[in-house]
Design a protein around this ligand. Sequence first.
Ligand SMILES: *[C@@H]1O[C@H](CO)[C@@H](O)[C@H](O)[C@H]1NC(C)=O
Ligand SMILES: *[C@@H]1O[C@H](CO)[C@@H](O)[C@H](O)[C@H]1NC(C)=O
Ligand SMILES: *[C@@H]1O[C@H](CO)[C@@H](O)[C@H](O)[C@H]1NC(C)=O
Ligand SMILES: *[C@@H]1O[C@H](CO)[C@@H](O)[C@H](O)[C@H]1NC(C)=O
Ligand SMILES: *[C@@H]1O[C@H](CO)[C@@H](O)[C@H](O)[C@H]1NC(C)=O
Ligand SMILES: *[C@@H]1O[C@H](CO)[C@@H](O)[C@H](O)[C@H]1NC(C)=O
Ligand SMILES: *[C@@H]1O[C@H](CO)[C@@H](O)[C@H](O)[C@H]1NC(C)=O
Ligand SMILES: *[C@@H]1O[C@H](CO)[C@@H](O)[C@H](O)[C@H]1NC(C)=O
Length: 310
Amino acid sequence: MAPRPCLLLPLLLALALALGPAAGKARRLLALEALGEAEELAEELWGAGLPGDLPELEPECRRLLAAFAEGSAALTGCLGRRARPVRLCQACHRHYRRLLAQYGSIARAVGNSSESHNCAKSILTSDRLQIVVTLSEFFNETWDAANCANCLKNDSEGLSDSTVEFLDLFNKSLTCFEHNLQGQTIYLSPNNYTEVCKNCNETYKMLNDLYNNLQRMNRQGGESGHSAHLCIDVEDAMNITRKLWSRTFNCSVPCSDTVPVIAVSSFILFLPIVFYLSSFLHSKQKKRILILPKRIQSNASLVNIQEKYS
Ligand SMILES: *[C@@H]1O[C@H](CO)[C@@H](O)[C@H](O)[C@H]1NC(C)=O
Ligand SMILES: *[C@@H]1O[C@H](CO)[C@@H](O)[C@H](O)[C@H]1NC(C)=O
Ligand SMILES: *[C@@H]1O[C@H](CO)[C@@H](O)[C@H](O)[C@H]1NC(C)=O
Ligand SMILES: *[C@@H]1O[C@H](CO)[C@@H](O)[C@H](O)[C@H]1NC(C)=O
Ligand SMILES: *[C@@H]1O[C@H](CO)[C@@H](O)[C@H](O)[C@H]1NC(C)=O
Ligand SMILES: *[C@@H]1O[C@H](CO)[C@@H](O)[C@H](O)[C@H]1NC(C)=O
Ligand SMILES: *[C@@H]1O[C@H](CO)[C@@H](O)[C@H](O)[C@H]1NC(C)=O
Ligand SMILES: *[C@@H]1O[C@H](CO)[C@@H](O)[C@H](O)[C@H]1NC(C)=O
């Protein structure tokens, strides 16, 4: 019979101590290695089925935990790689969905009375740290903050149609920018982007309009929901394009909102004039009414005077 691990560990420790400080670094390292091996051995022995209430994870739960760990690593890698330029929602939604399923299959066992599949209890609630819950919360919060739900299809996976359309226009805009910059020697005329402004204005305007539309639709639909933000991929793409257009290329901004703005502000500008004009006319009318009896009166007094003097 193999020695019990709880005896083996102190035994090796004692051995390492007995060799003492005089034995030098090399020996201590050796002892440490031996200790590590002993720990591994102990773990193996534990796994080999020791008495009833040891904190043993069942094979099924261990499998679920390993799947969750791998899913977390894959999602983390994806989020990190797609941080700039932002492609989180486009690139990582499959990873996120899979992780949700993996977390779900761990958590689902909570209500399951079958003792043999109670992974949730042993994985999710058995310690103070609850690392699996923490990880899942982190991914949920990140996903919410990125508003990825906003550019994904409702239930089935994949980007929504409007998002695909937007990204397509974004790609077209960038391609147009690239094409129109190619002919230029950037060193000679760094500030002449006339061609870009002239040739890409249609694409840019379409992109800008679509973005404004999406934003408007989102605000209307979002009143029952939570956020007025579009998903980060779309926001960032528009941010980049707008900055290129107006700051780097210094093109004029074809803003579709200017007409209503001008209309409304000129209306407001004219309000005082309309007010004064109307009050002026009104008072003139009143004066006429007021003056009329006066004249009659004065006429009457004149008549009186005339009568007196006649
Ligand atoms: C409990 O788990 C077993 C095994 O996975 C499954 O067959 C059973 O349907 C589950 N019961 C409930 C109530 O979820
Ligand atoms: C993360 O979100 C999913 C789906 O919304 C939910 O089922 C899960 O419980 C959440 N995770 C945590 C730790 O709250
Ligand atoms: C999207 O989900 C909401 C509720 O979650 C539902 O009312 C709506 O019909 C769904 N739309 C589509 C296109 O599936
Ligand atoms: C646009 O999309 C095409 C293929 O869909 C791709 O080859 C190209 O690199 C994209 N251009 C940009 C600027 O992302
Ligand atoms: C910019 O380049 C165009 C030709 O591509 C030229 O007609 C124009 O005069 C240039 N503008 C400036 C400010 O250099
Ligand atoms: C784009 O620029 C061209 C040339 O300057 C002009 O004729 C056209 O009307 C512009 N289109 C838009 C949508 O502003
Ligand atoms: C747009 O870019 C600026 C600077 O690069 C940044 O501060 C801002 O947060 C960005 N806006 C959005 C909506 O991402
Ligand atoms: C942008 O263009 C305007 C004229 O259209 C000019 O006055 C201004 O100096 C330009 N700014 C830069 C940074 O090139």
